[in-house]
Design a protein around this ligand. Structure first.
Ligand code: N2P
Length: 347
């Protein structure tokens, strides 16, 4: 009996001490949901230290994956980084909260041309993060044809040396552009044709990939790949045989913004984080680290000349003339979903 009492006492003591330790360390937590390879992780630590908070950082590979996690609401994220058409959809489906711009004074550094775009006309729900295009990266030592058209991704000569993006809007978009159609088409015949193109191309494709495209292209394991411009910057820095081209048929221009999902638990801290990432010095470091293109003018001024003069990240207006922004497909979305499934499962 006596020893039982002692054990009980000891256990209560352990419990009380344990509880007070964790209780004391109970810092506010910010749940962030971002694309892979899309932040300088030192900045997360700096934010934690400066604000005395802890950041939970999860990653996704496509807008569609991110959408599913947020819409089904398993984890409540405080900040997420969707693209244009997905922001449009999330607003429409009431998945986002309005941002209190008074809490984001650093928004004043954002270039006007990235504000009030049609997917979020007043920036009520989103703050610009990065932007870019997608195009073809190719290895000059492995490809001797001129690379100026999406057609090259269907050239038998490069069988097994072509990488495509494992992302439905992007890959269907490539096929649509190759055929001369809009990347936002709602015409079933055009979509069917695009599907057939991608099925026809499949035997030539080494793999449908995400972030691993960088390693594969830098390591010269493939000759041609469809990539986002910022990743192209990183790859070219690491392998000088690589070159990035926007095909003559045109491409997509995209805008990734920061949003606060409806079920966020820490909205004010989310705004603090968004504001932090827009401090010119922080935004400049982040941009240089990830290779993507910043919409923050004050950050751009802090970047080395060779970064901002790089036409891959900052193409001229002429190069951007023939670009389309993805639009939310609404009812047509299920058609794209089905086609993508058929393409991916085709053997
Ligand atoms: C970075 C992902 C970039 C997202 N790995 C392009 N919208």
């Amino acid at each position: 009996m006596k020893s039982n009492m002692k054990t009980l006492l000891l256990m209560s003591l352990v419990f009380i001490i344990g509880f007070s330790i964790t209780g004391c360390n109970d810092k506010p937590t910010l749940n962030v949901y971002n694309w892979g390879d899309y932040i300088d992780t030192d900045l997360i630590t700096e934010f934690e230290d400066e604000f005395g908070v802890s950041v939970n950082y999860d990653k996704f590979a496509t807008n569609e994956d991110m959408y599913v996690s947020i819409a089904k609401g398993g984890t409540s994220y405080d900040v997420a980084f969707p693209s244009d058409y997905m922001i449009e959809r999330m607003i429409e489906e009431d998945l986002l909260v309005k941002i209190n711009k008074d809490n984001i004074p650093n928004m004043k550094y954002i270039d006007n041309k990235f504000l009030n775009l049609s997917f979020d006309p007043n920036n009520d729900y989103s703050v610009p993060y990065m932007w870019g295009t997608f195009g073809i990266i190719y290895n000059k030592a492995m490809v001797d044809d001129a690379v100026d058209s999406w057609d090259i991704l269907w050239d038998q000569k490069y069988k097994g040396q072509i990488l495509m993006l494992d992302s439905q809007r992007d890959s269907i978009g490539v096929a649509l552009k190759k055929l001369g159609y809009s990347m936002n088409t709602e015409n079933i015949d055009e979509l069917q044709e695009a599907k057939e193109e991608l099925v026809k191309q499949k035997p030539l494709v080494y793999a449908y990939v995400g972030d691993e495209v960088k390693e594969l292209m830098v390591g010269e394991e493939a000759a041609l790949a469809v990539v986002w411009s910022g990743d192209a910057v990183t790859m070219i820095n690491e392998n000088k045989n690589l070159e990035y081209v926007i095909p003559k048929e045109g491409t997509n221009i995209w805008f990734d913004n920061m949003v606060i999902p409806k079920n966020a638990k820490n909205k004010e801290l989310a705004e603090e984080f968004i504001n932090f990432l827009n401090r010119p010095e922080i935004a400049a470091r982040n941009t240089e680290y990830i290779g993507y293109s910043t919409p923050n003018t004050a950050a751009k001024e802090l970047l080395p000349k060779e970064v901002i003069n790089d036409k891959v990240a900052y193409p001229s207006d002429e190069e951007l003339e023939n670009t389309e922004v993805f639009l939310d497909l609404k009812d047509m979305l299920k058609v794209y979903d089905e086609l993508w499934l058929e393409i991916k499962s085709h053997r």
